[in-house]
Design a protein around this ligand. Structure first.
Ligand code: CO
Length: 660
């Protein structure tokens, strides 16, 4: 046993004597846990049944907010993110709350202006946030300046993160080595950090790298060191133990039902492993079991359909092979699947390190993981042998301009030059703190949203999420009907769904008796929606028994793929399928169609009907995988029709505009 972990006495009871140096634990179940396993879909009403019990465990803090929760809640759950904080505070009175703050990106995906950053932190503190775990995707701490000033002004705890990333399988190399991390820790201590978190979002940290790293950090700075290491690769429980031996102060875990896969190691085995040592957590294992029982029986059945159980293995070997976050890899797979290009995955794995290197060897964490991931997919799908970076996303252009901060190594000059050609802010990249070039944005947001934002909290939500934020505020204030897809489901709903799935699995929904008659001309097809799944049901009213055949998730035929730079001129009368579209696609005007090269959401049209456009002019901005893509006119002409509205979801191949 290491010098740092000593056995004292073996006590099982929770009245055992306190350890000399108890390990502190932060619980992530209510944020990173469901973000990692259940697509961040956890509802506040499903946190309340365990909230008071969790408050009794003795956690150093409970993570309740931030990261993707703010986005997901208003977009998919019809929940006001601010209200969650106030509600949970009524049940969790002793344990501090922690949130994940993306520094100047707040809880969105770009750098926001200082006025919005001050306002957001101020309101988060007022609504009940205690610990601001702050990270910047580039580890550029100039992006901390504004939020830290407000965290301190609000009298709250500033936890500074160092994003842990590698360019090779183990710690070391030219960029991300021990010196790099020690240097970053000293920077954070000088900025007034109360604690430092090493944020290993991809689960890349090997146990024998954790030991020297934590030792070095403990020697270099005087403030507590906190380790956040995802399970994804399978190393984290070993990494935790070596970090504990090296003297780490705080470790992140989750309750068992939220554990493993791309989430975190469970707390219960760690409590048992440390029992009776000088790092004993002091937690009552029976209390943890009681919480698990409630979660397992009453809560998680509502979420289990979101669990990615396509694989039997709970460990992602790809992470060990590619040193990239699991969430990013699953996004890539989903994106390719939606575009019918899953066969390109190996090319994507090959292209990814090249794109990352071109973009300055940046760490891969939200939002840089999406930026690198989406650009990689764009390159694989759209590049030709004689032209790379054919379709550059708006976010890559911003990165090349310096809007995200300073990259670890310089960006590839050729890529940078191409990205900044005709870039509206200028073709010369900046070197100052990014937010210095951003105009204040709260007043402008207020003007746009008007009275629909009843208070500062509404306004801050809208300012970060103009399209989905407006939709949410319309639901919130009864200006638009709340769609069924964002409503909660009950345990009874789950039981019904399970019964249906069971039937389907037993073949009872599709099996036809041998004496089934031929389908007649009169057969009619109905779309039947059960929760979020839909079934294609054929009903034939003519003679004999009614025939019911079911086919799950019948996909509409996809049109040939088309890119904005290589459009397929098609008669507008050829109706494009748009199975997820809320509006009807163009079908009445003749001309050349601008097709959606990928499924996504229309952010806005930059050209109106009647506007003259030249080939290459941006007509519409399409958000796909949270990245904005400028889609350009495939030819010269006049815009005859814009077929969708801001906020509409469109399928790949949907006709967005008609130009003639
Ligand atoms: Co995390």
């Amino acid at each position: 046993m290491s010098d740092n972990v000593k056995m004292t006495a073996m006590h099982y009871d929770n009245d055992r004597p306190q350890a000399d140096n108890p390990l502190k634990i932060m619980d992530l179940s209510l944020r990173d846990g469901h973000q990692s396993l259940f697509a961040t879909r956890g509802r506040t009403e499903d946190m309340i049944p365990v909230a008071e019990l969790m408050d009794e465990v003795g956690f150093w803090a409970i993570e309740t907010w931030g990261g993707a929760t703010f986005d997901t809640m208003h977009r998919f759950l019809n929940e006001d993110p601010w209200q969650r904080l106030r509600t949970l505070k009524r049940y969790i009175k002793k344990t501090p709350f922690s949130m994940l703050l993306r520094a100047q990106n707040l809880v969105g995906y770009r750098n926001y202006a200082d006025d919005l950053a001050y306002a957001f932190v101020d309101r988060a503190a007022e609504n009940g946030m205690d610990i601001f775990r702050t990270f910047d995707a580039l580890n550029d701490y100039r992006n901390f300046e504004t939020v830290v000033e407000q965290i301190k002004k609000s009298g709250k705890h500033f936890q500074g993160c160092i994003c842990y990333t590698l360019t090779e399988p183990r710690l070391g190399g030219d960029v991300y080595n021990l010196d790099y991390y020690v240097g970053k820790a000293k920077e954070l201590e000088n900025m007034g950090a109360d604690t430092i978190c090493v944020k290993d979002m991809a689960g890349l940290m090997a146990p024998y790298d954790a030991y020297p790293l934590i030792k070095a950090l403990k020697e270099a700075v005087g403030i507590p060191i906190h380790l956040h290491s995802h399970f994804t690769s399978g190393m984290s429980p070993m990494t935790h133990l070596k970090a504990i031996e090296a003297g780490v102060d705080i470790i992140d875990t989750v309750l068992t039902p939220y554990a493993y896969r791309t989430s975190h190691a469970a707390v219960e085995p760690l409590v048992m492993a440390l029992l009776g040592t000088n790092r004993d957590t002091g937690f009552d294992i029976r209390r943890l079991a009681e919480i698990n029982e409630i979660l397992e029986k009453k809560i998680l059945p509502k979420y289990k359909h979101l669990l990615d159980d396509s694989k039997v293995s709970i460990i992602d070997i790809n992470v060990l092979l590619h040193q990239t976050p699991g969430g990013m890899l699953s996004n890539l797979v989903n994106q390719l699947r939606e575009m019918d290009a899953l066969d390109k995955i190996d090319e994507v794995y090959k292209e990814l390190p090249r794109v990352r290197k071109d973009l300055g060897q940046i760490p891969l964490v939200t939002p840089t993981s999406q930026i690198v991931g989406v650009q990689t997919v764009n390159n694989v799908l759209h590049d030709t042998p004689d032209e790379r970076y054919k379709m550059i996303t708006g976010q890559v252009k911003d990165l090349c301009y310096g809007l995200y901060g300073k990259t670890a190594v310089p960006i590839n000059e050729e890529v940078q030059k191409k990205a900044l050609k005709n870039y509206p802010r200028g073709e010369e990249p900046i070197t100052c703190r990014p937010a210095e070039v951003l105009e204040p944005e709260l007043d402008k947001a207020k003007e746009e949203i008007g009275d629909l934002a009843a208070d500062q909290d509404d306004l801050i939500l809208y300012a970060q999420f103009p399209v989905t934020g407006r939709k949410f505020l319309e639901w919130k204030y009864g200006k638009a009907p709340v769609p069924d897809s964002v409503k909660p489901i009950s345990l009874e709903d789950v039981a019904k769904r399970d019964a249906l799935i069971k039937k389907a699995k037993e073949g009872k929904l599709i099996e036809r008796k041998p004496d089934t008659p031929e389908k007649s001309e009169a057969v009619r097809t109905f779309n039947v929606f059960v929760d979020n799944e839909y079934f294609n049901v054929e009903v034939d009213p003519v003679g004999g028994p009614t025939v019911v055949g079911m086919q799950q998730n019948a996909a509409a035929p996809q049109p040939a793929s088309a890119t904005p730079s290589a459009p397929q001129p098609a008669p507008a009368a050829a109706k494009q399928p748009a199975q997820t579209a809320e509006a009807q696609p163009a079908s009445s005007k003749s001309g050349t169609l601008l097709l959606a090269p990928m499924p996504g959401m229309v952010v806005k049209y930059l050209k109106n009907v009647g506007d003259t456009v030249s080939k290459g002019d941006t007509v519409v901005i399409l958000e796909a995988m949270k990245m904005e893509n400028a889609l350009v006119a495939p030819c010269d002409g006049v815009v005859k029709e814009n077929s969708f509205s801001s906020g509409d979801t469109v399928a790949k191949g949907a006709a967005l505009s008609v130009i003639g």
